[in-house]
Design a protein around this ligand. Structure first.
Ligand code: MN
Length: 236
């Protein structure tokens, strides 16, 4: 039974030599082909674990406490504790039921899972800066804005921020941009630490201080960019 993918290239090695008997997934219907008719259970929810939890209920079965905890952990990781735009009412219902079954506090357990999943402290800064970086032109400048997400920005100390600043400078120089920015978005607080690296002191001054917390700023496109263009003197 294949879970959580519907694409040939994502399937495990040797997939061509085995019989797929069922697919349980929450992604778009992809490129997998089978020799025989099989059962396919695709539902547009936030996590495949949600579908599996539904299947328990639909078959009149209850997951063990350990199984419930495992499924809940997967739902939390996939939906960023039910905050991602892919989250549905079904995910919320199943998560609540699984938390009761596993006898854990949903919020507390969820936070713990996300903290342990948070790569911000582990992965090299250069990799994180590269992960979700977009280029823009406006306000007379060419620039790039990278964004990463964390569950707790206060865990980043001065040394971490310095590593990000260095990685941002390297990337800005390689990209040949006038400036580069990095948003470290705190998904629980709903704000971002913003780092800048600019080619000139004049530009740096227009952009503002690097390393400050931008209250309420979580969207690069809707919140960060308009403010940046304003600071660069572009009339919106
Ligand atoms: Mn998934």
């Amino acid at each position: 039974v294949l879970v959580d993918h519907f694409e040939q290239h994502q399937a495990p090695e040797g997939i061509a030599d085995v019989d797929i008997v069922e697919i349980v997934d929450h992604h778009r219907v992809g490129t997998l082909e089978t020799a025989l008719p099989i059962r396919v259970d695709c539902r547009p929810v936030g996590s495949t674990a949600t579908i599996i939890a539904c299947k328990f209920a639909e078959h009149g079965k209850k997951p063990s406490s350990a199984q419930a905890k495992l499924l809940l952990g997967a739902i939390v990781a996939d939906t960023l504790l039910l905050t991602s735009p892919t989250t549905t009412e079904i995910d919320r219902q199943q998560a609540a039921a699984l938390a009761r079954r596993a006898q854990v506090d949903l919020k507390k357990f969820g936070r713990e899972v996300l903290i342990r999943n948070d790569e911000t402290l582990e992965r090299p800064a250069a990799e994180l800066v590269e992960k979700d970086l977009k280029e823009f032109a406006g306000g007379g400048a060419k620039f790039a804005v990278a964004q990463i997400e964390t569950v707790d920005r206060t865990r980043l100390d001065t040394a971490h921020l310095k590593q990000f600043a260095t990685a941002l400078r390297d990337r800005r120089e390689r990209g040949g941009w006038d400036f580069a920015a990095l948003l470290i978005t705190d998904i629980f607080r709903g704000d971002s630490v913003v780092l800048f690296d600019a080619k000139s002191a004049v530009l740096a001054q227009s952009l503002g201080a690097s390393g400050e917390v931008w209250a309420g700023c979580v969207s690069r496109k809707k919140q960060f960019l308009p403010e940046i263009l304003k600071r660069l003197g572009e009339k919106l």
